[in-house]
Design a protein around this ligand. Sequence first.
Ligand code: DX5
Ligand code: ZN
Length: 227
Amino acid sequence: MAETQVKNNAQTAMIAPSILAADFAELGRDVRDISERGVDYVHIDVMDGMFVPNISFGSAVMKSLLGHAGVPFDVHLMIVDPDRYLEEFVTDNTGFITVHYEACEDLAKTLDHIHSLGVKAGVSIKPMTEPEVLDPYLADIDLILVMSVEPGFGGQKFMPSCLPKIEYYSRKKSMAGYNYIIEVDGGVGPANAHLVREAGIDLIVAGSAVFKASDRTEAIRAIKGLY
Ligand code: DX5
Ligand code: ZN
């Protein structure tokens, strides 16, 4: 993927702001606002109160944003047995649907299921999960999401233990020529984004650091590494 190579050489990355940190009473306005500031995806954090100890929102909320998002949805399903709900998250604007390795009984089957819906498939691993668990699936994965906090809540502290995992997937990708992109999620902002960019990240999720910033454009550009 030529696009990814250019990005990595320049040590810049794409960004997907997480709407978990937006103003839920003004969600359409907030999503329109960030869509106009050079973001690449809108990150949709779906939590079921079972896989993680928090409940966020479901597909109806995501679909209500269809007329507001100027960029594709990056759907992060933090739910048990995600196959039950995949169809609900498929829209013309769905870029990726990401499930958790720890939440799937048969990951190969779930990846096939996502692909059968015409959507790109992501897999996420929690902070305590070793990166090697995805080795058998790498050829079938379009996006690997490395969690840099325990999933469940926004505004947590970045865990540097994600860095060797990003390096691991980046190395595997250049050695074996896989096509997946590598994403990180949790506690990333202008002050530490360079760490994940240097490790080889392609796409950075940032919630609080974007939505709570006094200058959102500046926060987005700094996280992407544009200056
Ligand atoms: C955590 C979510 C993240 C989170 C990121 O479970 O998956 O997307 O909202 O928020 P910040 O950037 O505030 O850590
Ligand atoms: Zn997320």
